[in-house]
Design a protein around this ligand. Structure first.
Ligand SMILES: [Zn+2]
Ligand SMILES: [Zn+2]
Length: 158
């Protein structure tokens, strides 16, 4: 990818490295990345492997990975309630636990790395299926959770 990239902060040469334990939370959602590719200089300054990387990652997580999770449906305009995505029974408001879902993220030109999403799950009283309350709500929390993760890791756009 970017050859001989110079650090904007100290002008040292940057090289691509994999970062472990990059994580952040927003609301009920926690995101974590292992082996996240980044450009790092010898003085520890970090930036994304490319300007497009955060959007590509968000597209992957919110568009593909989260869409695979078992999810309920939000109903009601004033009093929110959630219904089972399988049998449409009303889901409890108390979570039955918290689950971590792992994904392998493949972005063109980069080695695959691991993303983990941790969120509360709710067990359907009728069919027993465990699911997140709402895909849309999870997708809505994802950009801010990612931003917190990048900020905590010192990852900058450039
Ligand atoms: Zn630097
Ligand atoms: Zn059900």
């Amino acid at each position: 990818m970017s050859e001989h990239l110079k650090c904007k902060q100290c002008h040292a040469e940057m090289s691509q490295q994999d970062l472990d334990g990059v994580s952040g939370e927003q609301g009920v959602l926690k995101v974590a990345f292992q082996k996240l590719p980044a450009m790092v200089c010898p003085n520890g300054h970090k930036r994304f492997v490319s300007p497009q990387f955060p959007m590509q990652l968000l597209d992957h997580l919110a568009g593909e990975d989260e869409a695979e999770l078992a999810s309920g449906k939000k109903k009601g305009l004033i009093f929110k309630e959630y219904h089972c995505g399988s049998c449409d029974a009303k889901l409890p408001s108390e979570a039955s636990g918290s689950r971590t879902f792992g994904f392998s993220v493949g972005i063109k030109g980069l080695a695959p790395f691991r993303a983990e999403l941790t969120a509360p799950v709710y067990k359907c009283p009728s069919c027993g299926k465990e699911q997140i309350h709402s895909l849309e709500e999870m997708q809505g929390l994802t950009p801010a959770a990612m931003a917190h993760a990048f900020k905590a890791a010192g990852l900058k756009p450039e």
